[in-house]
Design a protein around this ligand. Sequence first.
Ligand code: AMP
Length: 468
Amino acid sequence: MCGIIGVTGVPDAARVAYLGLYSLQHRGQESAGMVAVDGEGVARSHRGMGLVSDVFSERVLNDLPGDVAIGHTRYSTAGTSVLANAQPMLARYREGPLALAHNGNLTNAVPLRSDLVAKGSIFQSSSDSEVLVHLIARSEAREPEDQLLDALERVEGAYSLVITIGRTLYAIVDPRGFRPLVLGRLGSGWVVASETCALDITGATLVRELEPGDFVRIHGPDVDELPKLAPKPHRRCVFELVYFSRPDSTVFHRSVDRVRRALGHALAREHPAAGADCVFSVPDSSNAMALGFSEESGIKLEHALIRNHYVGRTFIHPAQAGRMAKVKIKFNPVREVLEGKKVVVVDDSIVRGTTSRALVQLIRQAGAKEVHFRVASPPITGPCYYGIDTPTKSELIGASHTVEQIREHLGVDSLGYLSLGGMVTAAAGDGDPADFCHACFSGEYPTEIPEELVGARHAAPLQQALAV
Ligand code: AMP
């Protein structure tokens, strides 16, 4: 899970990128970083562990001069959570400084890395993205674009990239288009970002979404569309729309808010809850879905769970705090709404089932008479190898339990999951439902998944497979 941004042709590009990163914080909270390139082509980098607001200060931004910058927010899906794996990566090779920020996961990084190591490459991180840096640097092509192409022809999997070589910015989306990337105009400059909410905050206007296989070069005022990468069937990540992206963004040409409402509508049609007194969300990710469920069913929408917004990933839980304590720190029920009521709880997804189970207990303790749980996506049955941080198969409750068993485990009166067809149809709108990747729900992985990656994801952390 990562957010990326590239800014060019704007004075103080790092400050613009900082703003953009701030609105991409939801895409990664472990580390943040930026590389800025000045008018002389000198690249400077700053990366740190933690939130964007912790990593960058006024002083740090002053030390990142230039009108070209790229930035990254990271949550590790490949490689450990250490500073060495924070991005953008910055290397110096024969063309000058090369900086790279990657959203997605390469599925063949392990064999490529072994091969590169055998040929003498020295890796500085355990991140899959560093493979790309080495492949670019080792290319024998003369033009930077051809070096990039040489590298991209060898990698498989998911990559949305912003790269600077010297003072030129490149924006690239893999041929299947797993992860989003948008291009915006800011004055006489340009902004490329994972989501449109990052354009909004910088004041940039959306020019267009990058399509699968797009390869764009931006140098000074010029945007050049380079030949597209060799086409493959489109596989947009449906989970971007279900959970990951911000509802105020437009992703894959669809308003995320509208998609989530449509998912709520479909869920209410597939799994109505006749006779319920109210419906509410598990805030914030399922707010729009609960709204949709209410719109379709006519069941009154309520706010019954209040979320503490100050609990970050770094919150230190009291020793031995159980799941219940952790959930209580994050959510508190509104007794007056729940007491004696038959309620519908809408959540976007069930992963391990642990939070949901504790939440149900909290809702019951607050006096709810009946709890009907509705999930706006199908059971998650497998890990994602394309950049979403889903746990191993053994931890996914949907991989080993029937819906009835999950209902029992959660302790709810009824449980309804949206069907796969219902989800992709609602997500596609006027588009083609076949364009989505839904591997974590269906097991239909659009690329080959090498054995070592499967083994790593099933048995041990991915970094073990990536470690040399
Ligand atoms: P669980 O109790 O483990 O099933 O957690 C379910 C909650 O996790 C849902 O409310 C989702 O919004 C949220 N969720 C879904 N995918 C992820 C993810 N990759 N990382 C963190 N949270 C997630």
